[in-house]
Design a protein around this ligand. Structure first.
Ligand SMILES: [Zn+2]
Length: 111
């Protein structure tokens, strides 16, 4: 499940894509869109975005986290959890002027 697929499916008035979503790497701090990041979709229940420089996970969209996981670990949407170690910015559409910010989750990289 890509982040954009999850947001488009579960939230109203959103038609975003990976190029409209950005965050930064907790290691090298490079700001990047999710389209620029490396995506690992080999697990149907967990999509991992890795820094374009290869340093670290920058975002995970997972259905493997426990249902009552604390907010420090991520944001729950339906069965899925968005886990971002740095602030995540989402433009709701190609023409949107204003983005949505999901503040960083302190324990996003903690299993
Ligand atoms: Zn990096």
């Amino acid at each position: 499940m890509l982040l954009s697929d999850l947001l488009n499916e579960k939230l109203e008035n959103i038609s975003t894509n990976e190029a409209l979503c950005s965050t930064s790497c907790p290691v090298c701090r490079a700001r990047q869109t999710l389209a620029a990041a490396t995506t690992d979709q080999s697990d149907d229940l967990e999509t991992i975005y890795i820094c374009q420089e290869g340093c670290s996970r920058i975002l995970t969209v997972s259905a493997r986290t426990e249902p009552d996981a604390p907010l420090e670990k991520g944001y729950r949407i339906g069965l899925w959890m968005i886990r971002n170690p740095r602030d995540l910015f989402v433009l709701p559409s190609q023409t949107a002027q204003k983005g949505i910010r999901l503040p960083a989750c302190k324990d996003a990289l903690v299993e």
